[in-house]
Design a binder for this molecule. Structure first.
Ligand SMILES: *Cc1c(COP(=O)(O)O)cnc(C)c1O
Ligand SMILES: [Zn+2]
Length: 436
């Protein structure tokens, strides 16, 4: 979708929250009907209930100037502050400074998959809490500060809870986060260790999310900023930084193809928004790119809709080891379908067994230990290359959005010591592992 700009901003500041200054953010606008609202903790259109997103007054002027300004910025997402809903002095505030993670040229993996046009892994396990969620939370924290919220909250499939806990600790805010009770140990510990409140809900993510929506409307949740509910329009914008970084790291060039995991679908839709903005600003050449969405078979509502040719997404009950992606009723599902179809991409899914194989493939070929979500994207990439859907002669970027240490269970059964021996050379010789 094209970026919207505002002709006049005078009337957008005469509101209930008159002192909100979030950089180039001019208003919220409805994705469905286009109605505009003043910046505030709103997430649904008052007229049609469509989702709201941030509309900007983006920088004007020579692309070369903006490019230089970005390149002179800090080595984190704040180098893109002129394109984000954050105050100009954001880099000086206490926050986790996520982003500018490695874009790894994955030549070994490329050889294994038969990709000749250049294969890259954008490795977001390098973020402060080891998942891409630090990006979105960093933006939500600025919105929470601007709106005067004192408690930071979220409904989470695991990674978000950890990112919120850590960001709140650094920002000096209280946090209280909600997760399904049966998450991986690594996710639970990472959500709890930063000292905020962590609540396990007896149910799946969709139950947790429904609970949080009720809490927002209740006095019990007053003064709470739920990063992915009432701060969702701001939160989502953090994913644009993945698009910016990938293009900058490719030498200010769009990738030809990109494979993105889908939970709610927010990340995928905002990466597309980021690419569109770069084109509009003249920072990259306007060339076609294809966006591919990746899901696990055990939670594949968007992939199922794509394959069936549907515009709506029928909710599923998740059952997969890829718990970070286990959202059975994805809020941005229909927009993901639009984008995959508009760009000539696709949405595909892989089995849990293929997820495990792909985690190990990425580790064995590139020395990158991804979480199950990374297994989903690498597995889907392999499947789509083999099916001839992904063109192996074009530049392809695959996202690894989290760290394998958080989902050890997925590979622990098949990743153990090769041998356990007595500390003697005889024993080592007997094990048959000597090089000569
Ligand atoms: C949350 C998450 C995603 C994507 O989430 P969306 O809701 O689709 O934006 C991808 N990978 C990991 C590891 C995540 O935690
Ligand atoms: Zn609307």
């Amino acid at each position: 979708m094209a970026v919207q700009t505002v002709a006049g901003t005078a009337d957008t500041t005469a509101s209930a929250t008159p002192n909100v200054h979030l950089g180039p953010a001019a208003a919220l606008s409805c994705r469905e009907c286009g109605e505009r609202f003043e910046l505030g903790p709103l997430f649904a259109c008052a007229s049609c209930f469509g989702p709201l997103e941030v509309a900007y007054e983006l920088p004007t002027g020579a692309p070369e100037e903006l490019r230089k300004r970005i390149e002179a910025g800090p080595d984190n997402i704040w180098r893109y502050a002129p394109l984000l809903p954050v105050p100009a002095d954001v880099a000086e505030k206490p926050n986790l400074n996520p982003g500018f993670t490695k874009l790894v040229k994955a030549d070994n993996l490329a050889r294994e998959l038969g990709v000749t046009g250049g294969l890259y892994v954008k490795d977001d396990s390098g973020n402060p809490t080891h998942s891409f969620k630090d990006r979105v939370v960093a933006i939500a924290v600025e919105a929470a500060r601007a709106f005067g919220f004192t408690t930071l909250s979220c409904s989470s499939t695991g990674n978000l809870a950890g990112a919120v806990g850590a960001a709140a600790a650094r920002a000096g805010l209280r946090s209280c986060v909600f997760i399904p009770h049966d998450l991986e140990q690594g996710k639970v510990v990472m959500a709890a260790v930063y000292g905020g409140e962590l609540v396990g809900i007896e149910g799946n993510y969709d139950d947790v999310n429904r609970f949080c929506s009720e809490l927002i409307g209740d006095p019990l949740g007053e003064g709470w900023g739920f990063v992915n509910v009432n701060l969702r329009p701001y939160y989502g914008e953090g994913s644009k930084t993945l698009a910016y970084e990938i293009c900058e790291q490719l030498g200010w060039r769009l990738p030809d193809q990109i494979v993105i995991p889908i939970a709610s679908g927010s990340q995928l839709t905002k990466i597309d928004k980021g690419f569109q903005e770069l084109i509009k600003l003249g920072l990259v050449e306007d060339r076609p790119y294809k966006i591919f969405g990746a899901q696990a078979e055990g939670c594949s509502p968007v992939s199922a809709a794509f394959k069936a040719g549907h515009d709506v997404v029928r909710p599923q009950k998740p059952n997969t080891i890829a718990k970070s992606l286990a959202i059975g009723n994805p809020a941005d599902g229909p927009y993901v379908l639009d984008i995959a179809r508009r760009t000539g991409g696709a949405v595909e899914d892989v089995t849990d067994e293929q997820v495990v194989d792909a985690i190990k493939l990425l580790a064995r070929t590139e020395g990158i230990f991804g979480e199950t979500a990374g297994g989903v994207t690498v597995g889907v990439t392999k499947k789509l290359v083999e099916a001839g859907v992904i063109d192996p002669t074009l530049t392809t970027v695959v996202l690894n959005t989290g760290d394998g240490l958080k989902t050890l269970d997925a590979v622990s059964a098949t990743s153990q010591a090769t041998a356990t021996i007595k500390p003697s050379l005889d024993a080592f010789r007997a094990a048959g592992l000597a090089s000569a």
